[in-house]
Structures are given as C-alpha cells and as structure tokens.
Ligand binder design. Structure first.
Ligand SMILES: [Zn+2]
Length: 282
C-alpha cells in the first residue's frame, strides 16, 4: 500500500561511515551514510535511505547507489545502536535548527522588502513632487518672460558603490579543546547571539562531553551556562558535562540564533565561529 503524504525533500546528504544514521522507514532500521534523504513530512523531519525514500513516496527515480551502509544483515551491538540513535537525533536537530534559522531569515527578508517598497514609494512621490514643482516654476518663469532654459531640473545624485576589500587570509591555529574530543565523533558548534559560540564534543576521557567557548574564551564564559549543563574547568577553559551529547545538542540547537555547524575538524569549526563573529565586530 503506497499512500503518498505531502512531503518536501530538504536535502540529500552524506556523512562519513563513522557518523551513519538510522533510516526511519518503519521496519527498515538500516544504517545509512550515503544519500541520506532528509524529508519534511507534515512538519516532521525524518531521514530515509534512498530506497526507502523511493518506496515511501512512490518516487520512481532510480539511483545507482543502494544507499544503505553496512550493518544491515547482522545484529547491531548495543554501542552501535546507541551511536545510530545519537547520530540520527543530532542530524535532525541540526536540520531543525537550520530550518528555524531560515524561517527567521525569510521573515526578516520579507520585512526588509516591505521597508524597501515604502522607501521607493516615498522616493517616487518626491520625484513627482519635484517634477510638478519645476513645471510650476517653468510656467511662472514663462509668465514673467524669463528665459526658461535657466531653470534647472533637480539633478539626481548617484552614490558610487564601494566594494569592501576581502580580508587577508588568516592562519587559524587549532584551538586548545581540539584534543579533548573522542575519536571518530564530531564537533557541534552553535552561535547564541552576543558573539557567544559554543562547541560541544563527546569526551575522549570521560563518559560525558565538553562544552568549549569559541573561537576563544570570551568574557564571563565561565558564568554563561547553567550548572546543570556542566562544571567549569578553568584550566582547560571548558565545561565538563556528564550529559549525553543528544541532551546538549537539543539544549543548544533550540537556543541557537546565530548559525550552527557540525564538523570533525576543529579548525573548520574555528573558521565557522570566526566568520560568523566578524560582521558584528568586537
Ligand atoms: Zn530504509
């Protein structure tokens, strides 16, 4: 039975096999890392392998890649199962955060358009006014037998556009927290406004996570987060958290207002934080 629900394919993404996610088609349960279809179905985000995507929506586009990664035929270990669930939640949280951000941007754009239309309307009004003024002057001048050619029409001045110079290339040193991450896991970076960026990572040394201020520890970073998230480690300049990465991703993704990023490369995460921090200046 193939009943097609209204859906929107948001993206087809690939992650490295270490970060594979679980296909959410009922009874499938395969792990997927290539051609992950992220779908918005009735405002619910789901991830599907390409085969299950075609099955679920009756889409007959055939792909040369099967889409499902390893782990299909055998029983998953408890750790593998947990990792799949974690990765799936993290990927969906990431897309949800992106979507919220896009909605906010679209709303902002719409507002700006309205403002622009208002400005244009005023300008047109002024031009029309100026035209009728100069006509009136011309008419008055004619009547006074002045030379009409002396009357000047209002000149429009054009402001030259100035292109900002590209900033010089920067060499970004790996941050202090780069070495705290568990191997084969990702950094999750979130912008929280006030130029505050936080990087979450699963810990290489304990069962929980670390939360680091980025790109560098900002003022009062050690008082910025609630104690329930973690304890301040002033030496390493991080919060040490006993929370699961999903709990932290959920907490930050729902409060993130200034962009987010997942990457296993610490320098890429730093670049993200630096790039987003710049326009506001500090
Ligand atoms: Zn599937």
């Amino acid at each position: 039975m193939t009943e097609t629900q209204p859906f929107k394919l948001l993206a087809i993404v690939a992650v490295d096999p270490a970060h594979r996610v679980r296909c959410q088609q009922p009874h499938c349960g395969h792990s997927v890392y290539a051609r992950i279809h992220v779908v918005d179905e009735a405002d619910q985000l789901i991830v599907l392998g390409s085969d299950c995507f075609a099955k679920r929506y009756g889409v007959t586009h055939t792909t040369d890649f099967h889409g499902h990664g390893s782990g299909g035929g055998r029983v998953l270990t408890e750790a593998e199962r947990e990792m799949l669930i974690n990765n799936t939640k993290a990927l969906l949280a990431q897309f949800e955060a992106e979507r919220q951000r896009e909605l906010a941007l679209a709303e902002e754009k719409h507002q700006r358009k309205l403002e622009l239309a208002e400005v244009t309307r005023q300008k047109e009004h002024e031009i029309a006014e100026a035209k009728s003024n100069s006509l009136r002057q011309l008419f008055a001048a004619r009547q006074a037998r002045f030379d009409p050619s002396q009357i000047q029409s209002p000149s429009s001045q054009q402001q030259p556009l100035i292109e900002p110079e590209p900033p010089p290339m920067e060499v970004i040193p790996p941050p202090r927290w780069a070495g705290l991450k568990k191997p084969n896991s990702s950094f999750f970076a979130y912008g929280m406004g006030n130029s505050q960026y936080w990087v979450l990572m699963q810990s290489a040394s304990h069962a929980g996570c670390f939360i680091a201020p980025a790109p560098t520890p900002f003022e009062s970073w050690d008082e910025a987060l609630p104690p329930s998230l973690g304890k301040v480690d002033a030496d390493r300049e991080v919060y040490v958290s006993d929370n699961n990465i999903n709990v932290l991703v959920g907490w930050f993704a729902s409060r993130c207002t200034n962009g987010s990023c997942i990457d296993s490369d610490a320098v890429a995460i730093q670049q993200f934080a630096l790039a987003l921090q710049k326009p506001n200046g500090t």
